[in-house]
Ligand binder design. Structure first.
Ligand SMILES: Nc1nc2c(c(=O)[nH]1)N[C@@H](CNc1ccc(C(=O)N[C@@H](CCC(=O)N[C@@H](CCC(=O)N[C@@H](CCC(=O)O)C(=O)O)C(=O)O)C(=O)O)cc1)CN2
Ligand code: MET
Ligand SMILES: [Zn+2]
Length: 774
């Protein structure tokens, strides 16, 4: 129990039904368009702020009218909520402040870099496809309440007649997500700053209280992962202190993306008024909660409506979970399991999705309606909503009986044997590949995509609108492929790519060509900053009706004597970046996708492609947050990749590519993929991953990225040469590949051309040095 007495204050209005957060890009990506127009100098700050205000007002009024008991506030962001928090806490690194820009431009400079000021690192947000900017902290960091965004947005909503519950990233998760600033001592940990940080949160709570805020939500998702005793002690200390603040709003602490484990007991013993638990990703939380006497006086938000996936809720099951909690908690209200940031706005706009499949789906708006309905059932009894419950039951029954079963696919999976996932000895393969390809040491290549020019995107938009024929579209893409091939020949790369111009996205494109998936038209979700994706919906058994990439890749190969790499997205990444069915184990779905890709890999080989890359950038992303679940995941993930790729002969070279990750936890799985060549993000971390690979005895080809494509900066030749030398110190030249960190689709040719020339020149220099040394 806390030994700090909490200040007596009037009981807050009950929370009622709610969601933990909401999409913020605008129903038609208005924010993306406005932010990008602002960056390009086409609109000014006033215009950008008008777009932001209109998205916020539409969100608040919409949520109020939908009948939520408590409307979340401060869920808007111009780029990222972690950066917003760093700005609010006055923790923006000096290199951005020194630029002397106004607050909004300083903010964007931290997000995107400017001149010599490299941007904050961007990394995966838990196990999602959202990316946040990593705060940099050191022993000299001084926090101060430097921005009033949560208060200002509260007042803005009030003026529109909506009372909101500001959502703020919690202090402990903020510190756990931060990293040590480069100039900080090695043994510094951001969590050591907790005592310095808490006064700022105390001040924030005071100001929110003064503004009339009744409830504030502090998010602590970091506790859905394994945490140390020290982390738990920090959580306890933080909420003991924050709950002792005088005249503060009532505190709701939200944990999501999994069960809170021991953190739940810690929170139950602090003076916070409410906790939100994720009963979808962490269903066992129901049992964890029942033993906690500390909850008897608290409100529990039961996260029973999935905030991450798009299936309609099993309302009976959800009500059952809520009912169990009624006996444990002071009061229970219904909520989404996580912020709705990861789902699109409105399924009713998807008129091209088969109506049966569409009837199974709920996007953000529909989820809000489910939450409201469940709350009515919980408070007024099921009789009041009997009709709605019966309707939902019928849809659910329809889904489980239909579920697009493909008996042929299931029979093929049942017939698989270990040899379908095993290739021959690597040394034998390497020899056969060298005979066929005759590549020099330090061979150069790229990761697949070339800049998606306005012309390409416009052509695709015209075709979608029916204003460009399929033939004309294909003709234009072929012209682009030829241009990209000639460009690479001119630069002098060794292994070429076709450039992926025909792909809207590396996952959506494949989903559009596989059975068992539905693509959306408007289902945009933020991935980072202004970049969005439309995750496809994997609703049935997966199969490949016809070859997908073979025409494009063999056309590219027909244009050149140099080897062209076939280019596919791997099964784990296709799953990670889709909305996947929740009615069978992920492992089974992965095997189906892998089997479809296996057919594509073999068709590419038969068409004369000697090198085939199967991208798995999301291998790390799907790694379970809790260590206990990891071995099982890695086992099926590796199996799926091997099933997709092991059907080729020894002489066909399989590449894979990984990015956006800290690889330490999956390094053995990377080895287990058994790819002949692994290209991997490394430029920003200065080749750290090579030491990890060396340690586990990895001995196949490796291409650590020597050009950071996530920044508009063009590296100088000396910089690339430095990275190549660092790599050569860890890997022999014959096994070393020279390539960028990732695909080039988000970059422009003015950056790409000099960067690739630098890369080829650095390889040539290192090659000459190697030859001289022999
Ligand atoms: N799914 C996925 N997740 C990923 C990645 C990825 O590549 N894919 N990469 C990592 C980083 N995340 C990223 C996410 C998105 C983008 C990205 O570039 N997204 C594009 C959209 C890509 C797309 O779907 N393009 C479509 C639609 C393009 C579009 O907006 N068209 C306009 C019309 C254009 C015109 O008329 O000129 C429209 O529809 O309004 C196409 O090319 O066909 C964007 O936000 O701008 C990049 C990286 C991790 N996660
Ligand atoms: C996010 S990984 C990207 C791999 C893909 N082949 C590309 O180059 O775009
Ligand atoms: Zn990549």
């Amino acid at each position: 129990m806390t030994d700090v007495p909490t200040t007596p204050r009037p009981a807050p209005t009950p929370l009622g039904s709610t969601v933990l957060g909401y999409p913020r890009i605008g129903r038609d990506r208005e924010l993306k368009r406005a932010v990008e127009a602002y960056w390009a100098g086409r609109i000014d700050q006033d215009e950008l702020r008008r777009v932001g205000a209109s998205i916020r007002s539409e969100t608040w009024t919409g949520l109020l009218e939908a009948g939520l008991g408590s409307v979340p506030g401060n869920t808007f962001s111009y780029y990222d909520q972690v950066l917003d928090t760093a700005v609010m806490l006055g923790a923006v690194p000096d290199r951005f402040r020194r630029l002397g820009l106004d607050p909004l431009d300083t903010y964007f400079a931290a997000a995107r870099g400017r001149g010599d000021a490299a941007p904050l690192e961007m990394t995966k947000w838990f196990d999602t496809n959202y990316h946040y900017l990593v705060p940099e902290l050191g022993p000299d960091t001084e926090f101060s309440l430097s921005d009033d965004k949560p208060v200002a947005e509260y007042r803005e909503a009030r003026a529109l007649g909506v009372t909101t519950r500001p959502v703020v990233l919690g202090p402990v998760t903020f510190l756990l997500l931060a990293k040590r600033a480069e100039d900080a001592p090695e043994d510094f940990t951001p969590l050591s700053l907790l005592d310095r940080l808490l006064p700022v949160y105390e001040r924030l709570l005071t100001e929110l209280g003064e503004a009339g805020v009744e409830w504030v939500q502090l998010d602590e998702p970091a506790f859905a992962a394994d945490r140390s005793e020290g982390d738990l002690a920090a959580l306890r200390a933080a909420y003991d202190r924050l709950s002792a603040v005088a005249n503060r709003p009532a505190l709701l602490v939200a944990g999501y993306y999994g069960d809170l484990g021991p953190a739940l007991g810690v929170l139950a013993d602090t003076g916070v008024e409410a906790v939100a638990v994720d009963l979808v990703a962490g269903p066992s939380s129901v049992d964890d909660l029942t033993g906690l006497s500390g909850l008897r006086t608290k409100t529990v938000l039961a996260g029973v409506v999935d905030g991450r996936n798009i299936w309609r809720t099993d309302l009976d099951a959800a009500l059952g979970a809520c009912a169990t909690l009624l006996g444990v908690a002071g009061s229970v209200h219904v909520s989404s399991s996580a912020p709705l940031l990861h789902v699109p706005y409105d399924v009713r706009r998807e008129t091209r999705i088969d109506p049966t499949v569409r009837s199974w789906l709920a996007f953000a708006e529909q989820k809000v309606a489910e939450v409201v309905l469940l709350e009515r059932a919980l408070t007024g009894g099921t009789g009041e909503v009997a009709e709605e419950l019966a309707g939902a039951r019928e849809v659910l029954a329809g889904r489980s009986s239909a579920a697009g079963r493909n008996h042929q696919v299931r029979a093929q999976i049942d017939a698989l044997r270990p040899e379908h996932r095993t290739r021959g000895d690597y040394e034998v393969r390497a020899k056969a590949q060298q005979d066929k390809l005759g590549l020099p040491p330090l061979a150069t290549t790229t990761i697949g995509s070339f800049p998606q020019t306005d012309d390409i995107r416009r052509a695709r938009a015209l075709r979608r609108a029916g204003r460009l024929s399929e033939d004309e579209y294909r003709r234009r893409m072929r012209i682009e492929i030829e241009r990209v091939i000639r460009f690479q020949e001119d630069i002098g790369l060794d292994v070429l790519v076709h450039g992926e111009p025909e792909r809207n996205d590396m996952v959506q494109y494949f989903a559009e060509h596989l059975d068992g998936f539905a693509a959306t038209e408007h289902g945009w979700v933020q991935s980072y900053g202004s970049r969005c994706v439309r995750p496809p919906i994997l609703h049935g058994d997966v199969s490949r009706p016809a070859p997908i990439t073979v025409d494009w890749s063999s056309y590219a190969q027909s244009l050149t004597d140099r080897p062209v790499k076939g280019m596919l997205t791997g099964p784990v990444t296709i799953l990670a970046w889709s909305f996947v069915r929740d009615d069978q184990p992920l492992a089974d779905t992965a095997a189906q996708v892998a089997l479809a890709l296996r057919g594509e890999v073999r068709d590419l080989e038969a068409a004369g492609l000697r090198v085939i890359q199967v991208d798995e950038p999301a291998l790390r992303e799907l790694l379970p947050l809790r260590a206990a679940d990891r071995a099982a995941y890695l086992s099926w993930a590796v199996d799926a990749f091997r099933l997709a790729t092991a059907g080729v002969s020894d002489g066909t070279q399989i590449h894979t590519h990984l990015c956006y990750s800290e690889f330490g936890d999956v390094i053995e799985a990377i080895d287990g993929l058994d790819a002949d060549v692994t290209t991997i993000e490394a430029a920003r971390s200065r080749m750290e991953v090579l030491a990890d690979l060396h340690e586990i005895g990895y001995r196949r080809g490796v291409g650590p990225g020597v050009y950071d494509i996530h920044s508009p900066r063009v590296p100088a030749v000396e910089e690339v040469t430095g990275l190549v030398e660092a790599a050569l110190a860890a890997v022999p030249g014959q096994r070393l590949w020279i390539n960028p960190d990732c695909g080039l689709k988000t970059r422009g040719y003015p950056e790409v051309e000099p960067a690739l020339r630098a890369l080829v020149s650095a390889s040539a220099t290192a090659r000459a040095a190697l030859a001289g040394a022999e």
